[in-house]
Design a binder for this molecule. Structure first.
Ligand code: NAP
Length: 274
């Protein structure tokens, strides 16, 4: 690891909470491998301090930042420029500082689509996305970009309807899920995470309505939903690669270098075990 000195620049994670993040492990491993004099650090920012938090990127000449829950949308007014894809998605997870000008990008959609298309092509496939929160917006953009035919389901129908209208795709209530058959099922809800680790968005008896099950959750790595899918020998993906691929795309924006995705994956995995 390069010694910290007067030229060391910081890459920040802004969010609340941030203590669980695996991004420091992934990015610091890359900075070390590439001999870059950068450090990745997490900053818990209170909602009332977000503007100041973003401004600190300029003032303290940070290399850039990632943005996580709950600020991916609310950060936008504090940036100087917005990449057109981030604008369409309506959320920013990566900020690049170019001589004091802050530009917002979204790499979550790439994280999702690249990790899925590594094992399954999305073109003309029927996909059901469950969830209509922040993660869903990037996933919808990615699915449409890759030519999938999409239905959004959500517990709160209004939110699914809003996204369905905005992105021009089918939508419905989560209760409709057991009746639907499609190629891919994506879970972008918190069902499967603590404290919902014993629950699943779909019962085991209906899991064979799908060929591929993608759960965006990465902690735990195997959710109840993925256990059902695994048992039926479906193609199963958890959210760890999505995390790694979005991080890799952010690394490239900050450094213009190709990331070592395997190193990022291994570093994230190791950080989960500590
Ligand atoms: N792998 C990655 O890199 C990555 C990145 C970002 C997010 N994620 C994952 O994506 C998931 C969603 O994150 P987010 O940022 O989009 O969160 P969010 O904006 O808070 O959205 C939460 C979603 O979960 C649904 N939900 C909450 N409680 C529910 C319940 N009891 N039953 C059914 N649905 C429920 C919400 O439905 P309502 O609208 O009805 O409340 C909403 O659709 C999380 O599991 C997160 O780990 C993964």
């Amino acid at each position: 690891m390069k010694t910290i000195n007067g030229k060391t620049r910081i890459c920040a994670l802004l969010g609340n909470p941030v203590e669980h993040s695996m991004s420091p492990a992934m990015h610091n491993a890359l900075f070390h491998k590439f001999g870059l004099n950068y450090r990745y650090l997490c900053f818990r920012v209170e909602p009332s301090q977000l503007k100041e938090g973003v401004h600190a990127i300029r003032t303290l000449n940070f290399l850039g930042a990632n943005v996580t829950v709950p600020y991916k949308q609310s950060v936008i007014p504090y940036l100087d420029k917005l990449d057109p894809i981030a604008k369409k998605i309506g959320a920013v997870n990566t900020i690049v500082n170019h001589q004091g000008t802050l530009t917002g990008y979204n790499t979550d959609w790439l994280g999702f689509t690249n990790s899925l298309e590594e094992v399954y092509s999305l073109k003309n496939k029927k996909v059901v996305l469950v969830g209509a929160g922040g993660a869903a917006r990037a996933i919808i953009y990615g699915l449409q970009k890759r030519g999938a035919k999409l239905t959004i389901l959500n517990r709160t129908l209004d939110k699914a309807a809003k996204l369905g209208q905005e992105f021009d795709c089918a939508y419905g209530n989560l209760q409709e899920l057991p009746k639907i058959t499609a190629d891919v099922l994506v879970n972008a809800t918190i069902i499967g995470m603590s404290p919902f680790t014993k629950t699943s968005i779909l019962e085991e008896k209906n899991i064979k309505h799908f060929k591929v099950v993608y759960d965006t959750i990465y902690n735990p790595l195997e959710t109840q939903l993925l256990k059902f899918a695994q048992k039926q020998e479906l193609i199963c993906l958890n959210g760890l690669k999505m995390l790694v691929y979005q991080g890799g795309a952010a690394f490239k924006l900050w450094t213009q270098q190709e990331p070592d995705l395997n190193l990022m994956y291994q570093s994230a995995l190791a950080s989960m075990q500590t």
